[in-house]
Structures are given as C-alpha cells and as structure tokens.
Write a protein that binds this ligand. Structure first.
Ligand SMILES: [Zn+2]
Length: 61
C-alpha cells in the first residue's frame, strides 16, 4: 500500500525483491516499490478520474 502514497513518475531501478521482481525507488520522495505495485497505482488513477467525473455529474444535479 506504500506505493499508493507515491504518485511520482520519476523512479530509478533499485535492485530486486526476494521474489525477483524489479524494485524501483522514487527519485522525488525516496519511496521504494516493485513493478507489481506500479500497475494497481495506474488502475487507481483511472478510478480517481471516474470518481471525479461522477462527482462532477452529481454537482450539476
Ligand atoms: Zn514519490
């Protein structure tokens, strides 16, 4: 869940996890995460966009 707190795009490779997944470290805030955590983050952004659209519709009612 740490990755969700970091939405920076600028990350560099940071070794590998025990599972062998590529690890990344954010250059901006120093948060480390694996590439597997990167995809849920992208999904989360879509959900947030959808949520914002819904809220916009509700405001217009
Ligand atoms: Zn960050």
């Amino acid at each position: 869940m740490i990755a969700i707190a970091c939405q920076h795009e600028d990350a560099k490779k940071h070794g590998k996890s025990r599972k062998g997944d590529q690890c990344w470290k954010c250059r901006t805030c120093g948060t480390t995460f694996t590439s597997d955590h990167r995809r849920p983050l992208a999904d989360m952004r879509i959900d947030l966009d959808n949520a914002a659209t819904v809220l916009g519709v509700l405001r217009n009612l």
